[in-house]
Ligand binder design. Sequence first.
Ligand code: FES
Length: 131
Amino acid sequence: MTTTTKAPSVVDVAASEDVPERGRLVVEITTTRPVTVGIFRFAGRLYAWENVCAHQGGPACQGRIVSRVRERLDPEQRSLGLTFDDGTMHVVCPWHGYEYDVTTGRHPGVPGASLRPFPVDEEEGRIRVTV
Ligand code: FES
């Protein structure tokens, strides 16, 4: 049996300004097979994830972008209320609410639930994804 491995393709997908800070762009890329990729920019860095939720395959990258919600506790572990952590950026799957950290692709509360990553970079004002 022979297995053929196709070399990865670097695909120019957008201009840098199409993904502003705390923004997102979802693109369809077709090489050997079509794949939909969400590209996010947070703290100046780009991240790219397949637009397929680990829960039931929903379009996770197209959901709301929110800061992580944290609960503040007093020394006796009583709640002092909820607060947004602007140092963390999440995207929320629109189907059932799975939430992913855009810098890791991981759900913060469900071990093993994560988005499939793609290498992404930018050069001379263009964003490129390797698929
Ligand atoms: S498919 Fe994304 S939360 Fe269910």
